[in-house]
Write a protein that binds this ligand. Structure first.
Ligand code: SF4
Length: 190
């Protein structure tokens, strides 16, 4: 049986030059595959790479990423304990929202395979696009955040995207509360 690391390495190699959806040909510098602890209990899923993520090939390294690390820490979660990935692996031009087809193709090829390999207990989606991509339906993040849901065998807890919190700092505490909820659920898997 191959290890998780080998399975993820193989998946990365398979799609490291991917052009399976339009985002492959729209100026991306790097595929942002995802990074973190592959034996995690909690997996975070964001929307897509921004400028700095595209340049470095690592998710959540810009301002949103710094805020994410801080909010997780306030909730008692060490970012290094998590695996972090995005719904789409290539940067949408001008940071536009990824299109339905782009999400549909990329999640089936890569994200859903990553989840199957990593097998987290809890998936935390960041923002509406991430939850919509996972559940394949339209949602309102203001209604869904902080709720406990199921997707296949996984517990899903949605919260806001940190970029939204940067624009709407009055919502910061709600995001921290959602991470505290996730941390409490994760304790039952220790
Ligand atoms: S976004 Fe995903 S499916 Fe589209 S080209 Fe990039 S890796 Fe391939």
């Amino acid at each position: 049986m191959i290890t998780k690391k080998t399975a993820l390495d193989n998946l990365y190699k398979k799609y490291s030059q991917c052009f399976s959806c339009p985002l492959g040909g729209l100026g991306r510098k790097n595929i942002v595959f995802g990074s973190g602890n592959i034996d995690c209990i909690i997996m975070l899923i964001g929307e897509g790479p921004g400028k700095q993520e595209d340049e470095q090939g690592i998710p959540f390294v810009g301002r949103s990423g710094q805020l994410l690390t801080k909010l997780l820490s306030i909730a008692g979660i060490n970012r290094n304990a998590l695996f972090i990935a995005n719904i789409v692996k290539c940067r949408p031009p001008e940071n536009r929202k990824p299109a339905y087809e782009e999400i549909s193709v990329c999640t089936k090829l890569i994200l859903f395979e990553q989840i199957k390999i990593i097998k987290p207990k809890i998936i935390c989606t960041l923002g509406s696009t991430a939850l919509e991509g996972l559940l394949n339906k339209k949602i309102k993040i203001t209604q869904e955040r902080g709720t406990i849901q199921k997707w296949n065998e996984y517990i899903v807890v949605p919260t806001f995207h940190p970029a939204y919190i940067l624009r709407n700092p009055q919502e910061t505490q709600k995001c921290i509360d959602d991470f505290i909820l996730i941390e409490k659920i994760s304790e039952s898997f220790l």
